[in-house]
Write a protein that binds this ligand. Structure first.
Ligand SMILES: [Zn+2]
Length: 310
């Protein structure tokens, strides 16, 4: 056990305990979709994928991702992990040819008491939809690895175990999708030196601009975000260009900037008024009704275009 691991462990426990306390009064029950209901459609809507996981305990969320991939005949690798911090399973599905690898991550776990629709059912939904789209129309220049991680909410444990055991030499870039279901603008975050000069980040910007996005208007590239974090940091710690990707409401951009970049405010995020999408983050209100199908579709389209442009 290293000091770093101990820090992650303690922070994870605090996060879980806070969520349990804040969400002790649960909202109206959520009825998730059954796997059979989702499989009935050849290409389910993004919201249907979210509803497959929504409101379920973490072991069910994890199992359903694997069951869905298996039922669709998509060949994925299992990556079980177990440490003193916890246990779980990551799943990795590679699509396309090429020696370069683009890793797209969504975590299947949620904090206690939260239905986990936007955090991070939105990401899992986008990746499941991309699995089908990219298999039907595979990228030629890059292999896309869709990585479904566990234990993100306890200090991105699944991702840390994954990078310890995998050979990552061919990974050109990593995006970890977080809260991609509310809003109309994209934010790429944790763009810190020297990784902010990585060709991969340039390729992301070029792709977005090719789709009509405008920098500092409909897409933002921001530096290190205090307090919050995600799976990509496990990769960035190894020197790999790895960033977070989140959808934000354009109208809230300024309020969000103040909220996120004020460490004090974000540390006490349970107590202060939080701008969307953080108003439902880690709460019992993180339900699929609050999501915007357009936000999910926008993210999926951008990532599909990125996969085809690398
Ligand atoms: Zn998350």
């Amino acid at each position: 056990m290293t000091l770093r691991e101990l820090r992650f462990y303690l922070r994870g426990r605090v996060n879980t305990a806070v969520a349990r306390l804040v969400n002790r009064r649960r909202g109206a029950p959520v009825r998730p979709l059954e796997l059979e209901e989702v499989l009935r459609a050849p290409s389910p809507s993004l919201l249907e994928y979210v509803r497959l996981l929504e409101g379920r305990p973490n072991d069910e969320r994890q199992a359903l991702v694997a069951c869905y991939l298996a039922a669709r005949g998509l060949p994925f690798r299992r990556h079980p992990y177990r440490t003193f911090e916890g246990r779980g399973e990551n799943f990795a599905l590679d699509v396309g040819q090429g020696s370069k690898i683009l890793v797209l991550i969504g975590h299947h776990d949620a904090v206690p008491g939260s239905p986990g629709a936007n955090d991070d059912g939105s990401a899992v939904a986008i990746l499941l939809a991309l699995a089908g789209r990219l298999t039907a129309d595979p990228p030629r220049g890059v292999r896309v690895r869709l990585l479904f991680t566990g234990g993100e909410e306890v200090g991105y444990l699944g991702a840390r175990c994954y990078v310890k055991e995998e050979i990552l030499d061919d990974v050109v870039g990593v995006l970890s999708l977080e809260l991609c279901g509310i809003g109309d603008a994209l934010a790429v975050w944790d763009a810190v030196p020297p990784l902010d000069r990585a060709p991969f980040l340039g390729a992301v910007a070029t792709t977005l601009e090719g789709l009509g996005y405008r920098r500092d208007e409909t897409y933002h590239v921001v530096g290190r975000i205090p307090v919050f974090g995600s799976d990509h940091r496990a990769f960035a710690a190894r020197g790999i260009p790895a960033f977070g990707l989140t959808v934000i409401p354009l109208a809230e951009a300024e309020g969000l900037r103040q909220f996120i970049f004020s460490p004090l405010r974000s540390a006490f995020r349970q107590l202060v008024r939080r701008p969307p999408p953080f108003d439902t983050y880690h709460t019992a209100r993180d339900r699929s009704e609050t999501l915007m199908p357009s936000a999910l579709a926008q993210t999926a389209d951008a990532l599909f275009a990125l996969a085809h442009s690398l």
